[in-house]
Design a protein around this ligand. Structure first.
Ligand code: UDP
Length: 326
């Protein structure tokens, strides 16, 4: 298929682009490169349109020049803490800008959409593991902006038959198996890259946010899912849309929780080094436990996590040294 991937130069986007290309799809990437990296697009034949989703004429130009059959939409801001202090930035970029894309898709009768949603749409869940039936009550503007776009997509389905798959990611992690691309956020706030940066001496230490949670070792539990497994889910979602021609939504996680302390131990194991760590206070807005019930994705997409063992996540993240295309 001929696909438009927005945010294709970002972390999850760039890994997905590689999987799409190796499956034989033709990929056009739209990315403003604010957080994405040109160097993350390492496959021949991937065409990059550098620009902003907020510019409707720019988006239209892509659809004029290419017969786009489906859109995979990654482009978004994803710093939860920043979203609390700068909500308009998040509603502008994650909600308003994609309306331009949808407007142009409607014009060009393009009716397949895969959307990067998030477990942050569930807020603080009442039940663990979290199924897709959990009520969606986000506790920050980031999660709210994603949930609002989910609603827009449902309305577009009802009005003009846009078929969407929402993929609600849990904690994306790891790097490509060949070490050529990986996670490269600036600033980097995520646990695993920060732990590895501390081991490499790039930051003085990693702060553990809270040791008094109601969990077995007192630290927060998350469901870490390898970025290659996430990429694979997008290919399956594409097949699903072609096959079933209905909208649907899926949690993407492993169903297993890993504590912050367990991540530190796994990092020490793969690196053979000690993590410089400071145990500190809780970070505002962190739910104690987020674990997916991903059985629906298994049943309907045939998707299961294959690379998300904690050791493989840490090993691939450790092999990736931030040097694109080496
Ligand atoms: N965390 C931590 N120190 C850090 C970054 C994160 O202790 O420097 C904890 C955080 O409180 C959470 C878990 O690690 O419990 C995962 O955080 P991350 O920011 O990677 O992902 P999130 O779950 O917030 O999306």
């Amino acid at each position: 298929m001929k696909l438009l991937v927005t945010g294709g130069a970002g972390y999850i986007g760039s890994h997905t682009v590689r999987e799409l290309v190796s499956a034989g799809h033709e990929v056009i990437v739209l990315d403003n490169l604010v957080y994405g990296h040109r160097e993350a697009l390492i496959d021949d034949g991937v065409q990059l349109y550098e620009g902003d989703l907020g510019d409707q004429d720019f988006v239209r130009q892509i659809f004029t020049e290419h017969a786009i059959e489906a859109v995979i939409h990654f482009a978004a801001y994803a710093y939860v803490g920043e979203s609390v202090h700068e909500p308009l930035k998040y509603y502008q970029n994650n909600l308003a800008a994609p309306l331009n894309l949808l407007t142009v898709m409607k014009e060009y009768d393009c009716k397949r959409f895969i959307f990067s949603s998030t477990c942050a749409t569930y807020g603080v869940p009442a039940t663990i593991p979290i199924s897709e039936n959990e009520s969606q009550e986000p506790i920050n503007p980031y999660g709210q902006s994603k949930l609002m776009l989910e609603q827009v997509l449902k309305d577009c389905d009802a009005a003009w038959g846009l078929k969407s798959v929402f993929l609600r990611y849990f904690n994306a992690s790891g790097a490509s198996l060949d070490g050529k691309i990986g996670e490269a956020h600036d600033p980097e706030t995520h646990l695993i890259p920060r732990v590895l940066m501390a081991i490499r001496g790039e930051i003085p230490q990693v702060d553990v946010f809270g040791t008094d949670y109601d969990t077995p070792d007192g630290t927060c539990i998350r469901d870490y899912i390898h970025v290659i497994d996430l990429a694979d889910a997008h290919l399956r979602a594409l097949d699903f849309l072609q096959r079933e021609q209905v909208s649907d939504y899926f949690n993407l996680g492993t169903g297993h929780g890993i504590s912050v302390k367990a991540i530190l131990e796994a990092a020490e194991k793969v690196s053979g080094k000690t993590v410089p760590v400071v145990y500190g206070d809780r970070r505002e807005g962190d739910p104690p436990r987020l674990i997916a019930d991903a059985s629906k994705a298994k049943e309907k997409l045939g998707w299961v996590a294959k690379h998300s063992d904690v050791d493989q996540i840490l090993q691939t993240a450790w092999n990736w040294d931030g040097n694109f295309g080496k």
